[in-house]
Design a protein around this ligand. Structure first.
Ligand SMILES: [Zn+2]
Ligand SMILES: [Zn+2]
Length: 356
């Protein structure tokens, strides 16, 4: 039938005119070929913005613990090969068909939530973070460990001007998910934070700004992390294998360690909530019902909604949240991931493609 063959010269011309650009490999990227292997530095064709997408020149991309879970094979079925990274700060360098929100030159942030269906029961009830068909940046969609990326403009955020590119990157996941976890902790006056990395260092500042008391629980013996927590306003910092100096009203777990769930339940008062904020956690050991009794609650926080992002991008400069970042050239992404795995970072690692 006539419709089966390329039906118009226009389309053909369109393809021909773009073909040289698509074929010439020109963008540097760190690729995950297979979980469990180090990322591979490669030169690949520039991505092209599709309908509703913008092309973004990456200025900075944060390194998140979720990237480690994807790289290590703890999250099932990533796109492969994959460009990791979902804390992307960059400048719009081209716009695809049907876009209207941003102009070339605008600075934008790209978070973990890359696309939602808009029609499932979760999307229709303001819970797009739970969308049945959601796609995530740096997991099912290529992310920001690269010179360029494309993103659906509806899921990008304008960023507060007071942050430079590298400083803004951790706001996009550590900040956003941390904020969602803090909201899930309710109005707890005494807040415990387990695992004092990128997310915790932001949440601690917001919590102090809200007048809460912060207690930081780190790996036993991690004096540097404990000092970091005290520097950011924690009134107490100590090892996670023992209770703190007094009962907590809520605890947020950023460390992906299931054994901390019963430990945190032991540390919270009756009616207290334990929020698990990571996407992956080792198995939670069994524990006596006594630890849950007294209306204690264990819950998780999954992904983010665009509303979370809008709220947090207003809140962060008002606190003001100051991010501690350590910058790495893009080609040192494996080193940055290893440092995160070892807990050997003060704040957040950020990849900066422009640094040679
Ligand atoms: Zn949906
Ligand atoms: Zn993340």
């Amino acid at each position: 039938m006539p419709g089966a063959r390329p039906s118009n010269g226009l389309r053909q011309d369109h393809w021909c005119s773009r073909a040289p650009r698509a074929i010439l490999p020109s963008m540097r990227a760190m690729l995950l070929d297979r979980p469990g292997r180090p990322l591979r530095e490669a030169t690949v064709p520039d991505p092209e913005p599709g309908t509703g997408q913008v092309l973004i020149r990456v200025a900075a991309c944060g390194v998140c613990r979720t990237d480690l879970h994807v790289a290590d094979g703890e999250l099932a079925q990533p796109k492969l090969p994959l460009v990791l990274g979902h804390e992307i700060v960059g400048t719009v360098s081209a716009t695809g068909p049907g876009t209207a929100r941003f102009r070339v030159g605008d600075r934008v942030g790209v978070p973990w939530l890359g696309w939602t269906c808009g029609t499932c029961a979760y999307c229709r009830t303001n819970r797009e973070n739970l969308c049945e068909r959601a796609r995530f940046t740096g997991y099912q969609l290529d992310g920001g460990y690269a010179g360029l990326t494309v993103a659906d403009e509806r899921f990008c955020f304008p960023l507060p001007e007071t942050y430079d590119d590298a400083a803004a990157a951790p706001l996009l996941c550590a900040g956003l998910i941390g904020y969602r976890a803090l909201v899930a902790a309710g109005d707890a006056a005494r807040l415990g934070i387990y695992g004092f990395g990128a997310a915790a260092h932001i949440v601690a500042q917001v919590a102090r700004h809200q007048g809460r008391r912060v207690f930081a629980f780190t790996r036993p013996g991690d004096a540097a992390a404990q000092q970091f927590a005290r520097d950011l306003g924690a009134e107490w910092a100590g090892p996670s294998d023992r209770p703190g100096p007094e009962e907590l009203d809520a605890a947020i777990l950023f460390a992906p360690v299931g054994a901390l769930v019963p430990a945190a339940l032991r540390a919270v008062a009756k009616g207290g909530t334990v929020v698990c904020a990571g996407i992956h956690m080792s198995d939670i050991p069994s524990f006596p019902y006594d630890l849950l009794w007294g209306e204690r609650v264990v819950r998780s926080v999954a992904n983010l909604t665009r509303t979370d992002g809008q709220e947090f991008m207003r809140l962060a400069p008002a606190v003001p949240v100051r991010t501690a970042v350590e910058q790495f050239p893009l080609r040192e992404a494996n080193e940055a991931l290893d440092r995160l795995r070892r807990g050997d970072l003060r704040g957040a690692a950020v990849l900066v493609p422009a640094v040679p």
